[in-house]
Design a protein around this ligand. Structure first.
Ligand code: DGT
Ligand code: CA
Ligand code: CA
Ligand code: ZN
Length: 595
């Protein structure tokens, strides 16, 4: 770990402590230590290796020295991770918004329950910040501008948007002269919900023509660089695309390296070092005796002295990704897991999860029809589900509270049931479940009377209003709804819309533990704007034995195909078939739902 990274973590820990209102002297201690580390000429990892006494340095006391040692030795800091868990994750981003500091972030969180940039923006636009002490009109305006600039720098693309750009570009690159293989790596391959840029790898004997082909892609708006082996362009959307051209024998190593994540790579590299190996994007190399493992340190006869070369040491693997893993004693790890969230340990114990696949799903339990805000009739949706080989589906139009979406009152719901029954008569081989997406009202009661709830096959509840309740109240509202004995599924639990609206603030741990206890399933809403629950929450659900259902929330036939985004995120959340209820055949599925 380099000094800047150590400094960043110490600084961040200081930030969290400050948001929490910790003693200013302790906060300052972290800032001072970070400054010392950042400005120090020698890498701290070296000092730690040599066993040097760090406490002599300005701002480094016993505690800071221990922190630095822990960081160098483990790559993490327990105190830091613990601190991060104690605040809403997006709150730290407030500190990166010009015009906002920790004090104001704390005020926004505690006094207005604002924990996301999206919610902050909304609050500014509605002038709600002026209620807070020290937030005038002018400051609200500054914050809005700050958010805008923060966003433009952030500029991450939703995965589904990235797919729109990448799939044609990949097809185009496959036609490049002399190309042998094209693969997209990076966060895109890990199927992260948003991607910063696109990393394309190409195998070819000759690089020139491929690079030429790449920069001539019609979608390219700007060529940033186009060298021998790497180039960077921007597409019209602003999406950055990096291309790297590689020899055949390095392809697997490069694929592993550029798929990342960086955190995962660091772990792999450390395993390699333990075995006297060096992993780089060029391959896995046996390090000669006396040679240091750090990149570029090795010297070999006949190599350019100025550049000891990417391939110093004896090449032992690199053609296929699985060889790279094998060289460090691991089975191949699916890209969706490569986040250093326990996959290395699981691989070492031969206990990697068997991840769910698209073909495991047998039904979709949230979709809308023309009865509320959907664009296709019930029958059209049913035919489309049949074409996708589903055994069952649930029609879940909105309840009456969502009047903008044409929510159904009792009378129309009964009429809808009649239609479902008629459609069912015409379509054998698929079960149409009578469902509803029922609003959780602000006091936690449900937007449908019990007599009708009794008659539904699928009771899915969701929040569509009052997103900004104070977290404790929001939690109470949700828990109350889940405790209603007829509730079976909690739909798009956090309500977030990627790049637009952050998750509503509530105590997820408590909600998951309640869901586990009651047997309420959490939805993984597969819509690529939602992906809700997100990967980390899915891992937590899995750990607690909470059942999950993956639904598209389709509002038109084509939306049914978005299910794959749900499956991908489920995989990132370590879910196997056994964790997802709608992998079960109809009878077993109905039994597994809360009774
Ligand atoms: P993104 O683009 O922000 O969504 O995330 P990634 O994961 O695609 O990151 P990117 O594009 O910066 O780099 C692609 C991969 O290359 C990354 O996942 C791991 C690898 N990589 C990049 N920089 C480093 C580095 O400094 N150290 C290590 N170990 N790997 C790196
Ligand atoms: Ca990337
Ligand atoms: Ca990149
Ligand atoms: Zn909804």
């Amino acid at each position: 770990m380099e000094n800047v990274e150590i400094a960043r973590i110490l600084d961040e820990l200081g930030d969290v402590l400050e948001i929490q209102g910790e003693n200013p002297f302790r906060v300052r201690a972290y800032r001072n230590a970070a400054r010392t580390v950042r400005g120090h000429g020698t890498p701290f990892r070296k000092l730690v290796e040599e066993g040097a006494d760090l406490t002599g340095l300005p701002g480094i006391g016993k505690e800071m020295a221990a922190h630095i040692r822990e960081l160098v030795e483990t790559g993490k800091l327990g105190r830091h991770e613990e601190a991060l868990r104690s605040i809403p994750p997006e709150l730290l981003e407030f500190l990166r918004i010009p015009g906002l500091g920790p004090k104001r972030a704390k005020q926004l969180w505690e006094e207005l329950g604002i924990t996301t940039v999206a919610a902050l923006q909304e609050a500014c636009e509605q002038g709600r910040l002026s209620r807070l002490k020290g937030f005038g009109e002018k400051i609200q305006k500054n914050i809005l501008e700050g958010i805008e600039s923060y966003r433009s720098q952030q500029g991450r693309f939703k995965l589904s948007d990235a797919d729109q750009y990448v799939l044609p570009l990949k097809a185009y690159m496959e036609k490049a002269p002399g190309v042998e293989r094209i693969e997209v790596a990076g966060s895109y391959r890990r199927r992260k919900e948003t991607v910063g840029d696109i990393d394309i790898l190409a195998v070819a004997r000759e690089a020139g023509p491929i690079m030429e082909h790449f920069v001539s892609y019609p979608g390219v708006a700007k060529v940033q660089s186009a060298g021998d082996t790497r180039g960077t362009v921007f597409l019209g959307s602003g999406l950055q695309v990096d291309l790297r051209i590689l020899p055949r024998e390095s392809f697997g190593a490069a694929l592993a390296y550029f798929t990342g994540s960086k955190e995962h790579n660091i772990r792999i590299r450390r395993l390699a070092i333990d075995r006297g190996l060096r992993v780089s994007e060029y391959g896995v190399f046996r390090v000669d005796k006396g040679e240091k493992t750090a990149r570029g340190r090795g010297r070999k006869e006949g190599k350019d002295e100025a550049d000891p070369g990417p391939s110093s040491g004896r090449f032992v693997a690199g053609r296929e990704e699985s060889e790279v893993y094998k060289a460090v004693g691991l089975p191949w790890i699916p890209p969706e897991l490569r986040e250093d969230r326990g996959e290395i340990e699981a691989a070492q114990q031969n206990a990697l999860p068997h991840l769910i696949e698209l073909r495991d799903l047998r039904g979709d339990l949230q979709m809308h029809s023309t009865w509320s805000d959907g664009q296709n009739t019930i029958e059209e949706m049913v035919v489309a589900c049949k074409a996708r080989n589903y055994e069952y589906l649930a029609i879940t139009d909105h309840s009456k509270a969502v009047s903008v979406a044409g929510g159904l009152d009792a009378e129309r719901l009964r009429k809808q049931w009649k239609e479902i029954e008629k459609v069912a008569e015409r379509h054998e081989g698929i079960r149409i479940l009578k469902g509803m997406e029922i609003d959780i009202l602000s006091d936690g009661s449900l937007d449908l009377e019990d007599a009708l709830l009794e008659k539904l096959d699928i009771v899915l509840v969701a929040v569509h209003s009052k997103f900004n309740l104070p977290p404790a109240q929001q939690t109470e509202r949700i828990l109350k709804a889940l405790q209603h004995p007829r509730v079976q599924i909690f739909g798009h639990p956090t309500g977030r819309i990627l790049n637009r609206r952050g998750p509503i603030a509530f105590d997820m741990d408590e909600v998951l533990s309640c869901a586990a206890e009651l047997g309420v399933a959490m939805e993984l809403n597969a819509h690529p704007d939602r992906l809700d629950l997100m990967d980390l929450h899915l891992m937590e659900a899995r750990r607690r034995g909470v059942k999950v259902v993956i639904n598209t929330d389709a509002h038109r036939i084509e939306d049914l195909d978005l299910i794959r985004y749900g499956v991908e995120q489920a995989r990132r959340g370590w879910l196997g078939r056994e964790h997802v209820l709608n992998t079960l055949p109809l009878g077993a599925f109905l039994k597994a739902l809360r009774q």
